[in-house]
Structure formats: C-alpha cells, structure tokens
Design a protein around this ligand. Structure first.
Ligand SMILES: NC(=O)c1ccc[n+]([C@@H]2O[C@H](COP(=O)([O-])OP(=O)(O)OC[C@H]3O[C@@H](n4cnc5c(N)ncnc54)[C@H](OP(=O)(O)O)[C@@H]3O)[C@@H](O)[C@H]2O)c1
Length: 219
C-alpha cells in the first residue's frame, strides 16, 4: 500500500534524529526524504538522503513535492558565532522551507519554535522564534503546526553547559511544574518528535500551536 511522503530538515539534530526514527518506522510513510549537510550513514528502504547547500534551498524545489514537511533546524549563538548566522538557521531557512512547501502544495508544515517565542521580546532568541511564528502565519500554509517546547532533554553529541545546568536544576524541582507551570517543564526530545509525528497524522487545517505540556499530551 502506498503511504505518504515526508521531507525532514534537521534530521541530524536531537529532535530531528528522533523524528527520523518515527518516520522510518511508522506505517503512515512510504518515503522519507532528508536534507543534510553531511551524510548520516543510515541505510533504510524508505530513506532518501540529499546532501544540500542550505544557501540555495530554492534549487531543490522539486523535492518539496511531498505530503508533509518537518523542520527541526536550529542552532545556538555559540555555534553560529553571530546573530546574523543564527538568524539564517532559525529564521531564514525555515521560512524559505515553508514557502517552498506551500509552492509545491505540501499538505502540512510542522516546525519547532520555542517556549517564550515573541516577536517583541528583548531576548534575541525568543524574538527570532517569535518572528518565525509570525512570518510563518503570513505564508498561509494549509495546515501549519508550531511546536513550542521548553528545555529539551536528551543525549546530545556535544556538551551544552547552560542546557545541562538547567536540566540538572529543574530535575531537582520537577514537583513545581504543575497547574499553570506545566508548560515550563523540561521535555524529552523524543516526546517532541512523537508529538510532531502525531500532529502530522491529523486531518485538521489551519494554524496549530502547541505548548510544551500540550506536546506531551499529544504524544
Ligand atoms: N535546546 C533546547 O532546550 C530547546 C528548547 C526549545 C526549543 N528548541 C528549538 O528546538 C529546535 C530543535 O532543537 P535541537 O536541539 O533538536 O537542535 P540540534 O540538535 O542543535 O539540531 C539542529 C539541526 O539544525 C541543523 N543546522 C544547524 N546549523 C545549520 C546550518 N548552518 N545549516 C544547515 N543546517 C544546520 C543541524 O545540522 P548539522 O548536524 O549539519 O549541524 C541539525 O540537524 C531548534 O529550533 C531549537 O531552537 C531547543
């Protein structure tokens, strides 16, 4: 039986890697295309890996002819080394991917933003995520799913001091994340991936935004 096709961008990342596993193992998809900078070295009958130049996303337009497009891109200021470079990965590339998805008539676009996203925030990271959400909404994709996780938990290949410290501290006070504070509770990358996968199977159209606790409930 022919299943759906998916394009996943950011498959080498913490959430993207978990999502790739769901997509390859899930019966809903018969083809999973990924855009990467370096090969992941994964062999799977459903998987089609494309090594691409992200500066020229439009040059890969034909690959956007899929049912669902998932965007798990992201970087840190430390890795990107400048706000401009950060903006490229966390704002410009996801917007370009969304525009191409719309142009090629993909049915769904699912993207990771962040808790606290706000286009008017004085915090650069939150402002960029807020601008991303705002501009995505203007693209008018048929079915747009925005995920706003809190601190991500999971085994990263590189060490990130602030994330590790926050994870350590919040673990000790996990009992406080109840009621209105539920949305601040750290969340496993795997749970976010499961939530994205689940949302992609719903037939609802329009804009859907999920706070961290809602992602956990969805998964
Ligand atoms: N960390 C947290 O606690 C947290 C909390 C809330 C929201 N978020 C957001 O959640 C999303 C996913 O986070 P994550 O931790 O799973 O991300 P991650 O592990 O850092 O992975 C990021 C992905 O983006 C790709 N990428 C980075 N720079 C790139 C560039 N210049 N060109 C092309 N691709 C590039 C990476 O590819 P390479 O392997 O090629 O570098 C990787 O596939 C991000 O948008 C992040 O802002 C994170």
């Amino acid at each position: 039986m022919l299943g759906k096709s998916a394009l996943l961008v950011g498959a080498s990342g913490l959430v993207g890697g978990e999502l790739l596993t769901y997509l390859l193992n899930g019966k809903e998809y018969s083809k999973v295309l990924i855009f990467v900078r370096k090969t992941l070295g994964i062999k799977h009958p459903k998987l089609e890996e494309r090594l691409i130049k992200f500066e020229d996303l439009a040059g890969y337009k034909d690959y956007f002819e899929v049912n669902d497009v998932f965007c798990c891109l992201g970087t840190t200021i430390k890795k990107a080394r400048s706000q401009e470079a950060f903006k490229k990965v966390d704002l410009e590339y996801p917007l370009e991917i969304a525009r191409l998805a719309k142009e090629m008539k993909a049915e769904k676009f699912l993207v990771i933003s962040s808790m606290g996203a706000n286009p008017k925030s004085s915090v650069f990271y939150s402002r960029i995520k807020g601008l991303l959400e705002q501009e995505l909404k203007d693209i008018s994709i048929k079915s747009l799913h925005i995920f706003r996780p809190s601190l991500l938990l999971g085994a990263r290949r590189e060490f990130r001091f602030s994330e590790s410290a926050s994870a350590f501290i919040t673990k000790g006070i996990s009992f406080i994340f109840v009621g209105s504070l539920k949305k601040y509770k750290p969340i496993n990358a795997k749970t976010v991936a499961a939530g994205m996968y689940k949302a992609a199977q719903s037939e609802t159209v329009g804009i859907h935004t999920y706070l961290s606790n809602e992602i956990a409930e969805l998964s």
